[in-house]
Ligand binder design. Structure first.
Ligand SMILES: Cc1cc2nc3c(=O)[nH]c(=O)nc-3n(C[C@H](O)[C@H](O)[C@H](O)COP(=O)(O)OP(=O)(O)OC[C@H]3O[C@@H](n4cnc5c(N)ncnc54)[C@H](O)[C@@H]3O)c2cc1C
Length: 484
């Protein structure tokens, strides 16, 4: 893997002088509490969770408010200085990683819930607020913030929106972009846009909010968001099911969506390789079902009426057993049972300990193609790497599967060949090379498998309009050369 560099070809002493000027100008304008130089942040982690290469910043800017973000960007714009925005550094695409000679702009001091409107079910938050803080505040107000993912304790709302995060409840509530009524953001030249509206309907020209969501920090810095909340479900029913195969799971999903009055709030699927690895190799996990099956599903349904919901849920699973669609099921009798089921699905948070050097994929297909896509990928990987651990799991209702492949001590060439194998099948089957983690640096080389040249040219035109000098998250998602 080569280090991505945004540094000029100037002599080292010229670079050092330029860096000192950038640092000094930022510090003079924002103060020492908001701007640190390399000597002051020794030991700090700058890389995200992608395991991509990451340089140290020439300056770390930690603004206290939107005005300071605007001032920092205005200065960087005037000095032609590239900036990388950082949230909780849980991203899995290298989007928050730095190239040589860049400034890191961290939102860590901009956290807090400013306003909750329980009648309108909205919450206004600063972008550096951790997702879990938002979830807990919504819960305390008797409401639900529907976005949920394993990195909830560290991931920030700004990062969630910048990556248009998905996670566990997309099937019921949609991705991050559907949980937002407005965003406030600072453009590359320091102009502030958005963040004032709390209504659902707003057809006043281009939807700039949606343009910025999912742009991975390449178009603007998100500083504040007006989030959409939902009624908090009174009852949550969770079951861990064993099935014969993926086709049975697809049938279970459509039956559950039709038969459960409250619908399906999570439908997480696991192929046997994943389930066996997690329940036998990972510490503290116990199998929820006594026997082995060809396929596993974590099914969750939420509703407003606890008693009726529990009965409906049990009846539905009984019907599915009788119809032979599921082979076995364990229904959570308590919150700790449900947490134990979810621990199996959230186990990827522990991968680094068990699967160092792994290659991970976050791909998606039409739901009807999932079974075949997973079969083809697993067969090709098993043929090429017979000794490898191959783990497949995902969110079936969203057409999203994750594949993790690892062989102890394998070469960089092997890892590249694994990527070519899975991405090749993804392209052939008209899938997406990134369902929810984004492109960043990690998947930039395969963007063209999912996006056409005309689509990428349109993205470049948008970049040129909002960040003509190409200073925000330089080299992320696609290459952009500033004119002149
Ligand atoms: C254990 C684990 C489980 C995960 N599960 C899921 C999952 O189920 N679904 C899913 O979608 N993702 C998942 N992720 C990925 C990650 O949590 C998300 O991408 C998250 O949204 C990133 O938020 P962050 O604050 O950590 O952003 P960072 O990692 O700091 O940054 C991510 C990207 O957003 C940009 N960015 C950050 N903040 C801002 C801002 N305020 N304005 C503009 N740009 C910004 C950065 O420049 C970068 O490009 C998981 C990660 C881990 C480690």
């Amino acid at each position: 893997m080569t280090q991505h560099s945004t540094e000029s070809k100037a002599a080292p002493h010229a670079d050092a002088a330029r860096h000192a000027r950038v640092l000094g100008t930022l510090r003079d304008a924002l103060g020492a509490s908001a701007v640190q130089g390399p000597g002051e942040f020794a030991g700090r982690r700058h890389a995200d969770a992608s395991r991509m290469p990451c340089a140290d910043p020439i300056a770390l800017v930690r603004p206290a408010d939107t005005q300071q973000v605007a001032l920092a960007l205005k200065i960087c714009h005037s000095l032609d200085q590239p900036v990388v925005t950082q949230g909780g550094l849980t991203g899995l695409s290298g989007g928050a990683c730095l190239g040589e000679g860049e400034v890191a702009l961290s939102l860590e001091r901009m956290r807090g819930i400013e306003h909750i409107d329980t009648a309108a079910a909205t919450m206004t938050v600063l972008a550096g607020t951790p997702l879990q803080t938002v979830q807990e505040a919504a819960h305390a107000a008797g409401l639900l913030f529907a976005l949920d993912l394993g990195a909830r304790g560290s991931a920030t709302i700004g990062g969630n929106l910048a990556t248009n995060a998905g996670g566990n409840r997309v099937i019921r509530y949609g991705m991050a972009r559907e949980q937002v009524l407005d965003v406030e953001a600072v453009l590359a030249d320091g102009q502030v846009i958005g963040g004032r509206h709390r209504m659902i309907k707003n057809n006043t020209g281009y939807d700039l909010r949606q343009l910025l969501i999912g742009s991975e920090g390449t178009l603007a810095v998100i500083t504040r968001a007006v989030l959409r909340l939902h009624p908090r479900p009174a009852a949550l029913c969770t079951a861990f099911c064993g099935l014969a195969d993926c086709a049975a799971a697809t049938t279970l999903l459509s039956r559950a969506q039709a038969a459960l009055p409250a619908g399906v709030s999570a439908f997480e699927v696991m192929w046997p390789g994943y389930y066996d690895f997690v329940t036998t190799q990972m510490h503290g996990m116990r199998p929820p079902l006594p026997g082995s099956h060809g396929f596993y599903v974590l099914l969750e349904s939420s509703a407003a009426n606890a008693q009726r919901q529990a009965q409906d849920f049990e009846d539905f699973l009984g019907d599915m057993l009788q119809a032979g669609i599921i082979e076995d099921a364990a229904i959570a009798a308590s919150q700790s049972d449900a947490a134990a089921f979810w621990a199996i699905r959230d186990a990827p948070g522990e991968y680094e300990r068990y699967l160092p050097g792994r290659v991970s994929f976050d791909i998606s297909f039409a739901i009807s193609d999932i079974s075949e896509a997973a079969r083809r990928c697993q067969a090709a990987l098993r043929a090429g790497w017979p000794q490898a651990s191959i783990l497949v799991y995902g969110h079936l209702g969203d057409g999203n599967i994750h594949i993790v492949v690892q062989e102890p001590g394998w070469s960089e060439a092997s890892r590249a060949a694994v990527q070519a194998t899975v991405f090749g099948i993804t392209g052939e089957m008209n899938g997406s090379v990134s369902a929810e983690h984004g492109i960043g640096l990690k998947r930039k080389h395969v963007l063209g498998l999912t996006r056409t040249p005309a689509e990428i040219a349109t993205m470049r035109a948008i970049k040129a309009a909002l960040d003509p000098k190409g200073l925000l998250n330089r080299g992320k998602v696609f290459d952009y050369n500033a004119p002149g």
